[in-house]
Design a binder for this molecule. Structure first.
Ligand SMILES: Cc1cc2nc3c(=O)[nH]c(=O)nc-3n(C[C@H](O)[C@H](O)[C@H](O)COP(=O)(O)OP(=O)(O)OC[C@H]3O[C@@H](n4cnc5c(N)ncnc54)[C@H](O)[C@@H]3O)c2cc1C
Length: 389
């Protein structure tokens, strides 16, 4: 019997496993395939590097500069001056680095195991059943943590969450391409669209970059992701940055992620917690989820440690996960971002176009717009009325 069984060794599951194992608990970390590269831009916030100092060994540039473009290609350059920065990492490399940290701490990783059901004993979910190349396996645990991403079957089987509706999601397509670019290796490039979503180009190395686009909300039904991805690459303004037509494709894929914020009502139950994408820990508008996945994994581990010490795995004890101050802060921040979506994307992106035009002309507006995108601040009433009028 393990103390904790975790389904999914992405950023949330690996962080959770590492923290529990470091505290001396016996952890099973179940993963369907450690060779799978999660479709992702790979933008990692500096706060994650505090938990994973090994990331510094990758010697990635510290990116502080964001070059934003409105749908009509007005440009706003943000030169970050504070301590916060991003690094861009290939997700296969990132996930395996995080898994290794969990294994080094003492967690047991079980690869090629697809979890599909719970072990039920005395009417409690006391572990996970998986399919593996050598047959059906059972991993018993006092606490089960579901960290297996967007498509989690366990989350549905737990009864804690219903199926995602298409308008609660974002659909993204991205690739790692290789060839000649005109990118500054210390900047990331964001391209807002006349629909809900944005395109990006993130430099990975001198020759490689991650490029992608996503839609979210009701716009998922209006656009075909493969078409808008191709139109994005073919757009002359994008060609300013990536001019060639014969980039070598290292990898390309499409995937879904939650776009509505944290599922506050579905985070914990008796013996169970949901972390990362399964629990909706992805920032509305920006789609960033690595940092918040890691935070949810860390807090779930702290909650599980307390429960294991008390030998009480009831939802009364596990509630602390949701009421933790870091989780509450994420919930608040995501609600704020959600409240700004309609304003941003009203009139096919015209508000955004206007915001970026005003930013070119007025330093105070520029500061506000940057604070809005970079730090989630709310625009002033004056700015809103200038944009609308
Ligand atoms: C197109 C796109 C671009 C993105 N870009 C960024 C970005 O630049 N920066 C950022 O911060 N966030 C980005 N995100 C969001 C980010 O990828 C996720 O929020 C983050 O990976 C969530 O981590 P997680 O551990 O919760 O889930 P995941 O990373 O999805 O990990 C889940 C793990 O569970 C495993 N698994 C799945 N099913 C099973 C099963 N049945 N049994 C066992 N194992 C299973 C998977 O193989 C995987 O390893 C992007 C997302 C998408 C789709």
């Amino acid at each position: 019997m393990y103390d904790v069984v975790i389904s999914g060794a992405g950023p949330s599951g690996s962080q959770c496993a590492e923290k529990l194992a470091k505290s001396g608990y016996n952890v099973a970390l179940i993963e369907k395939d450690t060779n799978w590269r999660k479709p992702c831009g790979g933008g990692v916030h500096s706060s994650v590097i505090n938990l994973y100092p090994q990331l510094k060994n990758l010697k990635k540039p510290k990116i502080k500069d964001i070059v934003m473009h409105s749908a009509d290609f007005h440009k706003l350059e943000f030169k970050g001056a504070g301590k916060e920065y991003l690094i861009i990492v290939d997700r296969l490399e990132l996930d395996n680095l995080m898994r290794k940290a969990a294994i080094d701490a003492g967690a047991h990783l079980f690869d090629k195991n697809l979890s599909y059901d719970f072990i039920i004993q005395e009417q409690q979910k006391q572990g996970i059943i998986t399919k593996s190349p050598t047959g059906i396996k059972e991993y018993q645990g006092k606490i089960v943590i579901i960290a297996d991403g967007m498509g989690s079957k366990l989350a549905l089987k737990s009864g804690m969450r219903s199926k995602w509706k298409i308008n609660e999601l974002a659909i993204g397509k991205c690739s790692i391409l290789e060839g000649n670019t005109r990118l500054d290796k210390e900047s990331v490039y964001i391209f807002f669209q006349p629909f809900k979503g944005y395109g990006w180009i993130f430099p990975l190395s001198n020759e490689r970059f991650n490029v992608g686009i996503f839609t979210f909300g009701e716009d998922n039904l209006k656009f075909n992701i493969h078409k808008i991805y191709q139109n994005f690459l073919d757009n002359p303004n994008i060609k300013n940055y990536i001019p060639d037509s014969n980039y070598k494709t290292i990898w390309s894929s499409s995937y879904l992620f939650p776009a509505e914020g944290v599922l506050e009502k579905s985070l914990y139950d008796d013996n169970l917690m949901l972390i990362g994408d399964v629990g909706g820990f992805v920032s509305p508008i920006s789609g960033e989820g690595i940092q918040t996945a890691v935070t949810s994994g860390k807090v779930a581990a702290e909650t599980a440690i307390e429960a294991l010490e008390k030998e009480d795995y009831s939802k009364r004890t596990l509630k602390k996960y949701k009421t933790d101050k870091e989780i509450k802060k994420i919930i608040r921040n995501f609600k704020l971002k959600r409240s700004m979506i309609e304003f941003f994307y009203e009139n096919e992106g015209k508000n955004l176009n206007k915001m970026l035009i005003l930013s070119e002309e007025d330093a105070e507006v520029k500061k506000q717009v940057i604070n809005m995108f970079a730090f989630g601040d709310i625009p002033s009433k004056d700015l809103v009325s200038r944009i609308i009028n």
